[in-house]
Design a protein around this ligand. Structure first.
Ligand SMILES: Cc1ncc(COP(=O)(O)O)c(C=O)c1O
Length: 397
């Protein structure tokens, strides 16, 4: 039997996965174009405005307002919806902390609802029982680029007069039954932070089909100005959440390149899932026919320690890294277990009990993620990942 690399054997892979982020002359020219134009701010340049239009169109949305990052986008969209201190927002605990931070930063309370085992997205059968007279919105996350069940979420929202804000920070181009996410609910926010499938290092955008929300966001993100008003006329108390022209220029090129990446990630994700299913013990989350486009930001699988001789997930990930598959992570811990969220829930709302989220606990204990750029490799890269998993299983099982 082949000796595991972690025990001093030869690793399955020595080749690096594709570098991220990707760029070529187009990004260089775009950045130099802004430099030489001397139009470095959105109020004098054309790049951010062009990107807002193109990205909104790409997501099947009417309006897009670019901001410095996804966190501020989510926060601004919640403000636009009138979320106030003491309001409740139903959301998932299995996500990046920004999803809950923005709710708390507005003085509102995140109400955690458990997730589904097959998607790691909000379990829509558990939303209604979490609604109280203080509930104002539902914030699903399209985790890893897989849309949450928006049919049911929208239906519940309509019946209970709630807003829906989509955390689409990982879901560029993702589609739920043919419609791109972001503006299926009232509004959504995307991130262009460095690890993301479309990136300018940082960056974000809010998309919506609701003109009133769009106008609020536009005004709020540029210190309460109006589109037609004078420079020093301010109609509301706002802030400066404007995106600089450099980022707009880079993102225009990144968005142009993105359609080339979508089918590559998709084909590799499906191929890898199939190879892993033949090994057993590290199964990818199953695909869902209603997800007509998955953004494939994370390749998420579930580790079954029993099938690996009882070795822990940490041991598995260390062994996998030694075999040359380092672009992996155990993923999130449930947000309600972080000191940040626990402390805020106690201080702001006197909440000390943890919510009952058994599936989140199981997901957080068993998840194995691979990062999106791994999926930009070729079929032999997928085969070597599967070979590494198989080699570890043979050694341990
Ligand atoms: C699900 C989710 N929500 C929110 C964010 C926040 O985005 P940003 O890092 O651009 O502020 C991210 C990304 O980091 C994310 O993955």
């Amino acid at each position: 039997m082949a000796k595991l690399a972690i025990d001093g054997g030869a690793p399955v892979r020595t080749k690096l996965f594709p570098a991220w982020p990707q760029f070529d002359k187009r990004e260089e020219q775009a950045l130099l174009g802004v430099l030489h134009s001397r139009n470095w701010g959105v109020h004098v340049g054309t790049q951010v405005t062009a990107f807002e239009k193109k990205f909104a169109e790409f997501q099947h949305a009417r309006f897009g307002i670019a901001v410095p990052n996804g966190t501020l986008g989510l926060e601004m969209a919640l403000r636009a919806m009138g979320i106030q201190p003491g309001d409740e927002v139903i959301t998932t605990p299995y996500t990046f902390i920004a999803t809950s931070d923005v709710i708390l930063l507005l003085g509102a309370k995140p109400v955690f609802v458990d997730i589904e085992w097959d998607s790691f997205n909000l379990d829509v059968t558990k939303i209604e029982s979490a609604i109280t007279p203080r509930t104002k919105a539902i914030m699903p996350v399209h985790l890893g680029g897989r849309p949450a069940n928006l049919d049911v979420i929208l239906d519940i929202a309509r019946r209970h007069h709630l807003r829906v804000i989509e955390d689409a920070c990982q879901a560029w181009g993702a589609e739920w039954r043919g419609q791109r996410v972001g503006a299926i609910g009232d509004a959504g926010a995307f991130s262009f932070q460095a690890s993301k499938n479309i990136t300018a290092g940082e960056g974000g955008i809010v998309v919506t089909n609701d003109e009133a929300l769009a106008e609020f966001c536009w005004s709020f993100h540029t210190v309460g100005r109006t589109r037609t008003g004078a420079w020093y006329e301010h109609e509301i108390v706002g802030t400066n959440y404007r995106m600089p022209e450099w980022e707009g220029a880079l993102l225009l090129v990144q968005l142009e390149r993105y359609p080339e990446h979508i089918p590559v990630r998709e084909a590799n994700a499906r191929y890898l899932a199939q190879l892993l299913s033949q090994i057993g013990g590290l199964d990818a989350l199953p695909d869902d026919a209603r997800v007509t486009q998955h953004a494939r930001h994370l390749f998420i699988a579930r580790y079954d320690a029993h099938q690996f001789g009882g070795h822990t997930r940490r041991e598995f990930l260390d062994a996998l890294r030694a075999e040359g598959v380092g672009a992996s992570s155990p993923g999130y811990i449930p947000l309600y277990r972080t000191n940040a969220i626990r402390g805020a829930m106690q201080k702001m709302f006197g909440v000390t009990d943890l919510p009952n989220c058994p599936v989140t606990e199981r997901a957080a204990a068993q998840a194995v993620w691979l990062f999106q750029y791994v999926l930009l490799g070729d079929r032999s890269d997928m085969e070597s990942i599967a070979e590494a998993v198989s080699k570890i299983k043979r050694a341990w099982a």
